[in-house]
Design a protein around this ligand. Structure first.
Ligand code: 6CS
Length: 316
């Protein structure tokens, strides 16, 4: 059961710069929040050029942060969890639409000691702290398996639009890290982002259905941008960036970046672990456009203490 959230005041709704799912027409508005909150010298793993690219594009790629042995342990964990879900909360197991193949495991940092350790690793946490200019906690984590032949698409969306309307995330002060655990190729449904889209917010049409997450985590149909707004973002951003690469590569992207991925009709799985870091001053309030908060396994409300960065290898 999700922790109760204080209801939003009428003034909070009226002055919300990121209204969505409340109006009959879509809209494309400017972001009013900073992208990079950190000041001073970036931490290890980041340099100024990368920070400037992140500010401009809404994403950067991090390579070489994990050692081969650490990556191998994560890949073994990926298989272990898929083969034996007995210790996993059944609510967090999401199947592919129209099928029984495993699509995602949510709250994976709460259910795997190794991924919990990854989520607290200083090599990741310090980068999130810098870019968000604050201490951070995990808002959401998930393992996306995208199995060969059966892994369906994740249609274009801004995570923040969902986290704002359905989870009550007040401002754009969160980011995701997608860590590739298999080869991400041009043909197995790699992550795609529209560069610069994080600086514009697409207000979507369509009231949030009750218990929407039971559908949206399999195939999202509400809170998805209209084709006109998508085309404008595509033209403004100069196209689409597709992230391919070897296991271990990390794509770090802003909470409001417009992203998605195609269905995987190849034999090769495209499995990534996603960690979402939120600023501790951006903790969830009541949903801005949904009847009730989503469950804890999707949007943390209880376990929101600032992470203490841990050093050393993920595993022996
Ligand atoms: O609703 C959410 O939070 C999840 N849904 C999608 C399509 N992406 C972000 C997140 O995993």
């Amino acid at each position: 059961m999700a922790a109760r959230a204080q209801p939003l005041t009428d003034d909070a709704r009226r002055t919300d710069p990121y209204r969505s799912r409340l109006d009959p027409e879509p809209a494309l508005v400017d972001r009013v929040d900073p992208v990079v909150y950190g000041k001073g010298a970036p931490p290890p793993g980041l340099d100024r050029a990368m920070v400037e690219r992140y500010e401009r594009d809404g994403f950067i790629e991090l390579e070489g942060l994990l050692q081969p042995a650490e990556l191998a342990a994560l890949q073994r964990e990926l298989v272990r969890l898929r083969e034996d879900t007995r210790g996993i909360d059944p609510d967090t197991l999401i199947c592919e639409p129209g099928g029984t193949q495993l699509r995602s495991i949510f709250a994976i940092h709460e259910q795997s000691a190794l991924i919990r350790r990854l989520a607290t690793d200083e090599r990741l946490v310090r980068i999130a702290q810098y870019l968000l200019g604050d201490e951070v906690y995990i808002h959401q984590s998930r393992l996306n398996y995208k199995p060969g032949f059966f892994g369906k698409e994740f249609y274009w969306h801004s995570d923040f639009e969902t986290w704002h309307t359905e989870d009550g995330m007040p401002r754009m002060r969160a980011l995701s890290m997608s860590i590739a655990l298999t080869e991400n190729t041009g043909f197995n449904g790699p992550l795609m982002v529209i560069p610069g889209s994080h600086r514009r917010y697409v207000s979507c049409v369509g009231e949030t259905p009750e218990d929407h997450y039971k559908q949206s985590l399999r195939r999202q149909e509400y809170g998805v941008p209209d084709p006109g707004s998508l085309e404008r973002l595509f033209n403004e951003g100069g196209g689409i960036t597709t992230f391919t690469g070897a296991p271990g590569k990390i794509v770090l992207f802003d909470c409001n970046a417009m992203y998605g991925s195609n269905s995987n009709i190849s034999p090769l799985p495209r499995s990534n672990v996603f960690l979402v870091f939120n600023s501790v001053t951006n903790r969830l309030v009541a949903p801005y456009a949904a009847a009730k908060p989503r469950p804890e396994f999707i949007a943390a409300r209880r376990n929101v203490t600032a992470l203490v960065p841990r050093s050393g290898p993920l595993c022996d």
